[in-house]
Design a protein around this ligand. Structure first.
Ligand code: ZN
Length: 551
């Protein structure tokens, strides 16, 4: 006889708390309650579909009935009760799907059941799925039972729509919020399933499946089954993006390169190629929005982890993002978010998209025009482009460099230029490479630089303000921006690459070394003096903030 095919979502449904994916806090709380013998009477499990609500309810039901609960709070899976649960023959669990059984009659049957105590085992567990679907009458009939249930009855109500649950029900339940399962958790689980089934997979392929499943493990597993069937057990990235009609990352990278180069011919051609293949414009828009968001996040080490991507792709984002100024990405993101909303209203969708892509290609020049109109001597247009990365591809912070603040290792910042924060206590280093400077560095120009930075970043109020709380000083080609407050410095650190780029552009000199520091009145006596001497504004600043620099 042929073996019946069991879908992965059922075959790999967790049977112990240990196997539940991505709901660690809930699992721990439930286990603790069981171990401490403080199990509530009624629970409400809320959260999106396919994240493990019913699964957890079943494991919970099995565990509280187990005769030999392990010290970790797990069911033994061996006792009579556990076995009957595992074979689906237990009489102590009663499941009602309120989506299809929502009448008063259905609830009456359940209430009848509640009256009968368990024949063996300690508890009878009633799981009501999609409880928000119960009719008003059914709800009312149920309320009485929920108010005064017999000690052996436990209720687990599950819903995807918590806001539809009456307050009278909510107040009688312990509420647990199940979260979407993260892409990485899903990828790990899919990898486990693949290894158990002897299926060859490319990690990037699983990531696409996980992204499409949008936090629901059940969906991820059924997509996985489809892909197994389609590919005959060798799931490649290419096969998955073709089958799921997902746009390859490459297209998005091509778009962002066009935005950077202002190459609208290339961008419009690309757009039309994609639309001709039948891709949906709305999907393209949201994909592009995500792509720009990723580029922005990839610029700072501290936000890099928010990219739910594999390491190879993450590195690719990191590298690519170095070419962009944050201002451009922020503005592009702004335009795209707005466009996603307007697109739905538009009657001429293709023209709408073309226009948007054109605007994005012109964005770079537009920002640069604002930039130059605020700078007195016009810059050579060739130099207005972001500086291409000059360092080797691996600019990731390495352990031995941890003494320097991580952000001093941001892209575009050549390792030879890194000045440790602590070095500010010593004599400022003499620059190694003195280049031809188009603008001399002096006090007047530093004041101009400060205003220029404020102006350049004015669309990011938080960042722009930072410069009002800073003092800029220099020693030959070494510029030091001192911040009065750690918070201000932290904000500046987040945008260090962009700030450094702007300063290099401003002076038309990539050899200028720039460092951020905190004004420290204890250890930086000489530096304070230097600043006070060279920058009278610092005195005002000292007074406003009642700082007491040592003299
Ligand atoms: Zn057991």
């Amino acid at each position: 006889m042929q073996e019946t095919f069991l879908v992965s979502a059922r075959k790999y449904r967790p049977t112990t708390f240990r196997d539940v994916v991505g709901q660690d806090i809930i699992v721990q709380t439930l286990k603790n309650a069981i171990l401490q013998n403080k199990v509530a009477q009624s629970f409400l499990f809320t959260g999106p579909r396919g994240v493990g609500k019913t699964t957890c309810a079943r494991i919970f039901a099995k565990t509280i009935n187990c005769e030999n609960i392990t010290p970790e709070g797990e069911a033994c899976n061996e006792c009579k009760s556990c076995q009957s649960f595992n074979n689906n023959t237990s009489f102590n669990i009663y499941e009602l799907d309120a989506a299809s059984n929502n009448s008063v009659e259905d609830i009456r049957q359940l209430i009848e059941q509640v009256r009968i105590p368990p024949q063996d085992g300690k508890y009878k567990i009633y799981i009501i799925d999609e409880v928000h679907m119960l009719s008003a009458h059914a709800f009312n009939a149920f309320l009485k039972t929920l108010e005064e249930p017999p000690a052996y009855a436990k209720f687990i109500l599950a819903t995807t729509e918590r806001h539809k649950i009456l307050p009278t029900i909510l107040s009688r339940c312990q509420v647990y919020h199940f979260k979407r399962i993260s892409v990485q958790d899903m990828v790990n689980h899919l990898q486990y399933v693949a290894s158990q089934e002897g299926i060859n997979v490319e990690e990037e392929a699983l990531r696409i499946i996980a992204l499409r499943a949008d936090g629901a493990m059940r969906d991820a597993l059924s997509l996985f089954d489809q892909m197994v069937a389609l590919t005959g057990g060798h799931i490649t990235y290419k096969a998955v993006i073709d089958a799921l009609f997902v746009l390859d990352y490459d297209f998005y990278f091509q778009f962002s390169s066009s935005f950077l180069e202002g190459n609208y011919v290339q961008a419009i051609t690309l757009l039309n190629d994609i639309l001709a293949k039948g891709f949906d414009g709305a999907h393209l828009l949201s994909g592009l929005t995500t792509h720009i968001r990723y580029l922005l996040l990839a610029q700072t080490p501290s936000t890099l982890d928010l990219l739910e991507l594999g390491s190879a792709l993450q590195e690719r984002y990191q590298e690519h993002s170095k070419q962009f100024q944050a201002a451009l990405l922020i503005e592009a993101l702004n335009m795209l978010v707005k466009a996603e909303f307007d697109y739905r209203q538009s009657n001429i969708k293709n023209v709408f998209l073309e226009n948007l892509i054109l605007q994005l290609c012109l964005l770079h020049d537009r920002l640069q025009k604002n930039f130059t109109s605020q700078t007195s001597p016009p810059l050579d247009p060739a130099l207005q482009r972001p500086i291409p990365p000059t360092s080797s591809p691996s600019t990731k912070p390495t352990p031995q460099k941890t003494q320097a603040s991580p952000s001093s290792l941001t892209p575009n910042y050549r390792p030879s230029n890194i000045v440790k924060i602590n070095d500010s206590k010593k004599e400022p280093n003499t620059p190694v490479n003195i280049s031809k400077t188009s603008k001399p560095i002096n006090e007047t120009i530093l004041e101009e630089l400060k205003n220029h930075l404020k102006e350049t970043f004015k669309e990011n109020q938080e960042l722009s303000d930072v410069f009002s709380y800073s003092t800029i000083s220099h020693e030959n080609e070494y510029i030091m921006i001192s911040f009065s407050h750690p918070q201000k410095k932290a904000i500046a650190d987040n945008y260090k690459t962009s700030i450094i780029n702007q300063i290099h552009h401003f002076f038309n000199n990539n050899n200028i070394r720039i460092d951020f520091t905190l004004t420290d009145n204890k250890t930086n006596t000489s530096f304070n003096d230097m600043i006070l001497q060279k920058n009278p504004e610092f005195q005002k600043f000292v007074e406003i903030l009642s700082l007491k620099p040592e003299k």
